[in-house]
Design a binder for this molecule. Structure first.
Ligand code: CMC
Length: 428
C-alpha cells in the first residue's frame, strides 16, 4: 500500500502522498498543500526541502556515498576521464569508445572563442577576481550565439550550446588568469586533451616551447571529476532556478558561477589556503585556531570543514587527501601548509565539538594544496571548481528543461508592516 503522511491543522486532517526514491529516500509530497489548505511550509536554507526529483547524482551524507548516475565516485576518479564523466552526467549513460571519441572531437573543434571576447576581457582591470571575469565572459557568449537565448529550440541546437560551453570554458578560464597576469592570451591547441589544453593555455607564453607535465594533467583530471556534480547544491539549484524562467544555458551557467564564488560554497577552496597561510604565519598554533572555531563569540570557522549533507565524511575529501600526498611527492613539492592541514584535521577530528556536530574535512580542504602544487594561484581555485562543475550544471539544467519543470518561485511568510496610510513628505 502506498505510504501516506497526515498533517493536522486546526482540527482538520490532511493526507499527503509519500514519495520514495530508488535509494529509498523518502519525501512528503506537499505540492497540493497550499491549494488545498492555504498553508505553506517554511524551511530557511531548504535544509529539509527537496526541490526536484533527479536521476543524476546520489549522495548519502550519513554513509559518505557519492555516485554519478549510479557509478561510485571512487571508481570514476580512479579510472575514467573528465570528458567521459561529463558525457555520463549529461546524457545519462557511459559512452562507448566511439561515442567518447566523437564527443571529444566535437569539443576540441569548438574551443576557440570569438575574437571580440578579447576586447571584453581587455576591459577588466588586472585586479579583477577571475570568477567575476569568468561569469561575465560566459554570459557574453549569449551575444555571440544569439540563437542560444531560446532554450526551446531543437535538441541539436541545444546540444550545440552544451558542446560550446564545455569547449569554451577552459579557454575563458585560462584567459581570465592571463588577464590577471597581464600576459598575452594563449589560443587553444585542439590536438591536446581537455586538461592538457587548459594547462597549456594557463602556463604557456608565446616565447615558450611549453610541455604539459602528465602528472599535472592527471591530477587535474581527477580533481575535475571529483567536482563534476553534487546534486542540488547552491550553484546547481541556482542554475536550475535561473533556467526555470527559460533563460539560456549560458546565462544559467553564468549565474551558477556567481553562486559558486561565495566562501561557503566553492570559494571555500581559496579560503582554506588563506586560512592555512594565516595559521602558518601566526606560528602554526593549530590548537589556537580550533579553539577560535569553537568559540561562539568568534566568527572564525574552520574553512574546508563541515557540509550541509555529509555528516560522517566527504568521500571526495578522502580521495583528494591521498592524491595530495601523491601529487606533491611526484612533483617533488614540499608545502608546509600540507603539514598544517593534516595537523588541523587530526586535532579537529578528535575534538568533541567537531565530532558532535558531524564536522569533517570537505572536498575543499585538500584541493587547494594540489592546485598550489600544480602552479594554480589562489584566486583561480574557485575557477577550477567551476571548470569541474560545468557538466553537473549542464546536466541539472537539461534535466529540469526535459522534465518541463515550472518556474522556481518560493513563497514567504511576510513579517513586515501591515497596511498604513501614506503621508506626503511635506507633512511628515
Ligand atoms: N567551523 C566551525 N563550526 C562550524 C563549521 C566550521 N567550518 N561548520 C559548521 N559549524 C557549526 C556551526 O557553527 C553550527 O553550530 P551550532 O549548531 O552550534 O549553531 C553547526 O556546526 C551547523 O552549521 P551550519 O552552518 O548550521 O550548517 P550548514 O549546513 O548551514 O552549513 C557549511 C554547511 C558547509 C556552509 C558550513 O559547514 C561551513 O560554513 N563550512 C565552512 C565553509 C566550507 O568549507 N564550505 C565548503 C563546503 S564543500 C564545497 C561545496 O560543495 O560547496
Amino acid at each position: 500500500m502506498a505510504k501516506k503522511a497526515e498533517l493536522h491543522i486546526d482540527g482538520e486532517i490532511i493526507e499527503l502522498p509519500v514519495i520514495t526514491g530508488t535509494e529509498n529516500e523518502t519525501a512528503i509530497d506537499i505540492s497540493r498543500l497550499r491549494a488545498e489548505t492555504g498553508v505553506i511550509t517554511l524551511d530557511k536554507g531548504f535544509k529539509n526541502t527537496g526541490s526536484t526529483q533527479s536521476g543524476i547524482t546520489f549522495l548519502d551524507g550519513e554513509k559518505g556515498i557519492l555516485r554519478y548516475r549510479g557509478y561510485a565516485i571512487e571508481e570514476l576518479a580512479e579510472e575514467s576521464s573528465f570528458l567521459e564523466v561529463a558525457f555520463l552526467l549529461i546524457y545519462g549513460e557511459l559512452p562507448t569508445s566511439e561515442d567518447l571519441a566523437a564527443f571529444e572531437k566535437e569539443i576540441s573543434e569548438h574551443t576557440l572563442v570569438h575574437e571580440d571576447v578579447r576586447s571584453i576581457l581587455d576591459g577588466f582591470p588586472s585586479k579583477a577576481h577571475p570568477m567575476g571575469v569568468l561569469s561575465s565572459l560566459v554570459s557574453s557568449l549569449t551575444a555571440f550565439y544569439p540563437k542560444s537565448l531560446d532554450p526551446n529550440r531543437s535538441v541539436e541546437e541545444i546540444n550545440g550550446t552544451i558542446i560550446r560551453s564545455i569547449a569554451k570554458l577552459p579557454t575563458l578560464a585560462a584567459w581570465s588568469f592571463k588577464n590577471r597576469m597581464r600576459q598575452p592570451v594563449i589560443y587553444p591547441d585542439n590536438s591536446l586533451g581537455y586538461c592538457e589544453n587548459f594547462i597549456r593555455m594557463m602556463f604557456s607564453l608565446p616565447t615558450l616551447n611549453y610541455e604539459v607535465n602528465p602528472v599535472v594533467a592527471s591530477a587535474l583530471n581527477k580533481l575535475l571529476i571529483l567536482h563534476a556534480d553534487h546534486e542540488q547544491n547552491c550553484s546547481a539549484s541556482t542554475v536550475r532556478i535561473v533556467g526555470s524562467s527559460h533563460a539560456s544555458l549560458y546565462a544559467s551557467v553564468s549565474a551558477g558561477i556567481a553562486a559558486l564564488w561565495g566562501p561557503l560554497h566553492g570559494g571555500a577552496n581559496q579560503a582554506v589556503i588563506e586560512m592555512l597561510e594565516q595559521i602558518k604565519d601566526d606560528g602554526g598554533d593549530v590548537d589556537k585556531y580550533v579553539a577560535k572555531a569553537k568559540d561562539r563569540s568568534d566568527s572564525f570557522r574552520l574553512m574546508g570543514f563541515g557540509h550541509r549533507v555529509y555528516k560522517s565524511f566527504d568521500p571526495r575529501a578522502t580521495i583528494i587527501k591521498k592524491a595530495a600526498d601523491e601529487v606533491l611527492g611526484q612533483l617533488g613539492v614540499e608545502d608546509p601548509v600540507l603539514d598544517i592541514a593534516k595537523k588541523l584535521e587530526q586535532v579537529a577530528l578528535n575534538d568533541e565539538y567537531f565530532k558532535v556536530k558531524g564536522l569533517y574535512p570537505n572536498v575543499d580542504f585538500y584541493s587547494g594544496i594540489i592546485y598550489r602544487a600544480i602552479g594554480i594561484p589562489t584566486d583561480m581555485f574557485t575557477v577550477m571548481f567551476a571548470l569541474g562543475r560545468l557538466p553537473g550544471w549542464i546536466a541539472q539544467w537539461k534535466e529540469m528543461r526535459e522534465n518541463g519543470e515550472p518556474i522556481g518561485r518560493p513563497r514567504q511568510i511576510y513579517t513586515g508592516a501591515t497596511e498604513r496610510k501614506y503621508v506626503p513628505i511635506e507633512k511628515r
